[in-house]
Design a protein around this ligand. Structure first.
Ligand SMILES: [Fe+2]
Ligand SMILES: [Fe+2]
Length: 402
C-alpha cells in the first residue's frame, strides 16, 4: 500500500519522502546522542529540504574562531617541510594537462571510469535487458556522476581548508593551509572543466555528500572540520581517485588525476600530523569520545550511502523501487572493490591519529571495516607510492580479468 502510494507520487516528492525515511533511519542508528544532535540539522537541510538540489547556491553559516598569530615563529618543522614541498610542486592545470585530447564518453575503448557498477550485474539484479547503446550511455552517466561528486567534494575541501587555515594554532600549519587552498581551487577548476567541456554533463550534489559538507561547514570546531574533511572526505577521496586512476582508459583524466593524487596525499598527511597531536594532547576524554563516535558515524554514512540516487532517478525512477536499486549498488563487485580501496586509505589514518579506541574498534569490526586498519598511514605514503601501488592493483585486476 505504501509502495503504491510512493509509486503514484511525482518523482521529486517521492525522493523527498524516501530521503526522510532514510534520514530517520540514520538518526535512529546513531548511538551517541551528542553526535546525533550535531548531524541532525544538516540531515534536515540535506535529506528532507534537499537544499543541495533546490537552488543555484546555498549559504552555510560558520562561527569558527580565527587564531591570529603574533609571534611569527616557526612552530612545526614537519608542517613547514610539507609547505615547502607543496610550494615546489604547484602545477598549472591549464598548461600541464593536455586539454586538446578529444574525449568521447561513449567510446568503449576508452571508458571514463571503467565498468564500475558492472553492466551484467545491473541487468541481472534488476532483471532487465539494456541495449549496447543504453549500456554505453549508462556507463558514461555513472562516470559523470562519480566525477561530479568529486567536484562537489573539492568545492567543500576548498572552503574547509580556508576555514581551517584561519583556525589552526600552528603558523607553519597556516602557511601549509594556504597551499592547500590553492590546490583545491585548481582541483575545482580541473574537474569542472573536464565535466563541462569533455563529458558535457554535471550531476547535482548527492544528498548524503551534502549532509557531510553542510555539517563540516557549519560546525564551529576546527578539529571537527579537519577530521571530516582532511581525514574522512579526503582520505576516502584519495582511495576513490586512485581507483579511477587505475580503471580509466581515458588519457586526459588519467593525467589530471596523477597530479591531483599527489596533492591529495599531502593534504591527508597534513591532516594526520595536526590531528594526532591535537587529539592526543589537547582533548578531554569526553571530547575524544565524541570525535571517535563522530568519525564512526561519518564512516558508516560514507560506506552505505553513496548510492548514485541521481543516476537512479534519471534512468530507473519510474520503473524500479529505490530499495532494489540500493541493494544492486551495494552488492556490485566493482563497488565493493571501490569501497575496499577507499577504506584501506582511511582506517590506518584513524588508527594513527588515535580515534580507533578499544570501544569503537568493536563497532568497526561489526561494520566489517577493521580489516582495513592495518595498512600504511598517510605519513608513510607519498603520492608517488600511491600511484605505484595503484598501477600494481590495476595490473593485478587486469591479470584476474584475463
Ligand atoms: Fe582536492
Ligand atoms: Fe584535498
Amino acid at each position: 500500500m505504501f509502495d503504491r502510494m510512493l509509486r503514484n507520487m511525482p518523482q521529486g516528492a517521492r525522493a523527498r519522502v524516501e530521503n526522510t525515511i532514510d534520514g530517520i533511519g540514520l538518526m535512529m542508528s546513531v548511538r551517541n546522542p551528542q553526535v546525533a544532535l550535531d548531524i541532525a540539522p544538516s540531515a534536515l537541510r540535506g535529506l528532507v529540504l534537499r537544499q543541495g538540489k533546490m537552488q543555484k547556491h546555498v549559504d552555510m553559516y560558520s562561527a569558527h574562531p580565527v587564531h591570529f598569530d603574533l609571534s611569527y615563529q616557526g612552530d612545526h618543522p614537519e608542517m613547514y617541510d610539507l609547505y615547502r614541498r607543496a610550494v615546489a610542486n604547484q602545477w598549472d592545470a591549464d598548461q600541464q594537462v593536455d586539454w586538446s585530447i578529444d574525449v568521447d564518453p561513449l567510446n568503449p575503448e576508452r571508458p571514463v571510469v571503467g565498468d564500475l557498477v558492472g553492466m551484467d550485474h545491473i541487468q541481472q539484479s534488476l532483471n532487465m535487458r539494456l541495449t549496447p547503446t543504453e549500456q554505453a550511455r549508462l556507463k558514461a552517466d555513472i562516470g559523470a556522476w562519480v566525477l561530479s561528486q568529486f567536484l562537489h567534494g573539492e568545492q567543500g575541501a576548498l572552503y574547509a581548508s580556508a576555514q581551517v587555515t584561519e583556525s589552526v594554532r600552528w603558523l607553519d600549519g597556516k602557511l601549509y593551509g594556504a597551499t592547500q587552498v590553492m590546490d583545491e581551487g585548481r582541483h575545482v577548476e580541473t574537474f569542472f572543466r573536464y565535466l563541462d567541456t569533455k563529458l558535457n554533463k554535471l550531476y547535482p550534489v548527492n544528498d548524503n555528500l551534502f549532509v557531510i559538507i553542510d555539517d563540516l561547514m557549519t560546525d564551529s570546531r576546527w578539529d571537527i572540520k579537519f577530521l571530516g574533511m582532511q581525514i574522512m572526505v579526503e582520505g576516502l577521496a584519495l582511495g576513490a581517485f586512485s581507483t579511477i586512476y587505475s580503471e580509466t582508459r581515458e588519457p586526459l583524466l588519467k593525467e589530471a588525476l596523477r597530479y591531483i593524487i599527489q596533492d591529495e596525499a599531502r593534504h591527508v598527511h597534513y591532516g594526520v600530523l595536526a590531528l594526532r597531536e591535537h587529539i592526543q594532547s589537547e582533548l578531554s576524554a569526553a571530547e575524544r569520545r565524541e570525535r571517535e563516535d563522530w568519525a564512526f558515524e561519518v564512516a558508516l554514512l560514507m560506506r552505505n550511502r553513496f548510492l548514485m540516487h541521481e543516476v537512479y532517478e534519471e534512468w530507473f525512477g519510474d520503473r524500479i523501487r529505490r530499495r532494489d536499486w540500493d541493494r544492486m549498488i551495494q552488492t556490485a563487485p566493482g563497488m565493493q572493490q571501490f569501497r575496499k580501496i577507499m577504506f584501506s586509505r582511511l582506517m590506518p589514518n584513524l588508527d594513527y591519529i588515535g580515534l580507533l579506541s578499544d570501544r569503537t574498534k568493536i563497532h568497526y569490526e561489526k561494520a566489517g571495516l577493521m580489516q582495513f586498519a592495518s595498512g600504511k598511514n598517510a605519513t608513510q605514503l607519498t603520492g608517488e607510492d600511491l600511484l605505484a601501488q595503484n598501477d600494481t592493483i590495476s595490473r593485478e585486476a587486469a591479470r584476474i580479468a584475463s
